[in-house]
Design a protein around this ligand. Structure first.
Ligand code: FAD
Length: 269
């Protein structure tokens, strides 16, 4: 499936919104999830096939060097009336494939995608909601907040580079949102776990959404399960990306990392 860039705008100095339309997006079948994501496929420069390709066909008919790079991105919004799909990309320097693509994207550019999948929805039966992540989780958190019932408490902590990166996030519930700003002092990965540790938890059952940088997510998950006694079923937890690793390198080690995350909270003996 593919769409074309119809609109691009900067939400913050490092978050760029791309709206896709046209192509064959009318085939897109949205799932009932706030964290719905698609697999984007970026062909390498000079790829010997059309911009509108089917990833499976490319893998079948071309050498591995021509296979597209795969990156997962959240569906920030899907409008079935216009068949337009909105994705918010974190731009993190000149490195990488997807962030760099978004910086240079222009109306008319083609983007190939597969999906969507996803499974998280804020639990309206919980007593309160906790949502934690960095900029890469902002699209999912923003989409989730739009579904929070009126009056329900949603406590949100988001890590970003500074006040000019803070966004107004809309929510019908009772939103307690704080942005946690990196200091660039070599200890930034400790800030988000510390922000969660510092929270005074309201009474009752919490439904938690914890997505973002792998080592930070691991630390927060351990804290919530071991020290706060959350049930695993009450937590959606996903290490989206890993500092100093491309997505290819991260996918190589992700299975072991997730196993180690489980061992963090396994009963001893
Ligand atoms: C289910 C799912 C949904 C996701 N949704 C989104 C989304 O909506 N928006 C979004 O921006 N990301 C999202 N991500 C994360 C995104 O897939 C990764 O950040 C991905 O690595 C970016 O690819 P890239 O080609 O730009 O960089 P890569 O080539 O993968 O990495 C190059 C370098 O950049 C670093 N890097 C990667 N991501 C970041 C980052 N966010 N901040 C700082 N440094 C980084 C890497 O550690 C590496 O050193 C999602 C991930 C998953 C699994």
């Amino acid at each position: 499936m593919h769409g074309q860039v119809v609109e691009k705008s900067w939400l913050t100095p490092t978050l760029v919104r791309v709206v896709l339309g046209g192509g064959d997006l009318e085939r897109f079948s949205m799932v009932d999830a706030a964290d719905a994501y698609v697999n984007l496929a970026f062909p390498p420069p000079g790829a010997p096939y059309d911009a509108e390709f089917e990833p499976a066909q490319v893998r079948e008919h071309h050498d591995r060097q021509w296979w597209p790079a795969r990156r997962r991105y959240t569906v920030r919004a899907w409008d079935p009336s216009t068949a337009q799909l909105t994705i918010d990309f974190v731009v993190h320097g000149d490195v990488g494939v997807a962030g760099a693509w978004a910086v240079h994207a222009e109306p008319g550019d083609v983007l190939v995608l597969e999906g969507p999948s996803g499974g998280y929805r804020p639990d309206p039966e919980a007593d309160w909601l906790l949502m934690v992540g960095d900029e890469s989780a902002v699209p999912a958190i923003a989409a989730a907040l739009e579904t929070v019932p009126a009056g329900m408490l949603a406590v949100v902590r988001v890590l970003c580079d500074g006040p000019e990166h803070d966004l107004d996030l809309a929510c019908s519930g009772n939103l307690a949102l704080s942005w946690v700003h990196r200091l660039g002092d070599g200890h930034d990965e400790e800030l988000l776990p510390a922000a969660v540790r510092d929270l005074s938890f309201p009474r009752g059952r919490v439904d938690a959404f914890i997505h973002g940088e792998a080592t930070e997510i691991r630390e927060i998950r351990k804290h919530l399960l071991v020290e706060r006694g959350l049930a695993r079923a009450d937590m959606s937890c996903s290490p989206y990306w890993r500092r100093d690793m491309t997505d290819e390198a991260w996918r190589e080690v992700k299975r072991d990392f997730v196993r180690a995350m489980d061992e963090d909270v396994a009963p001893v003996g």
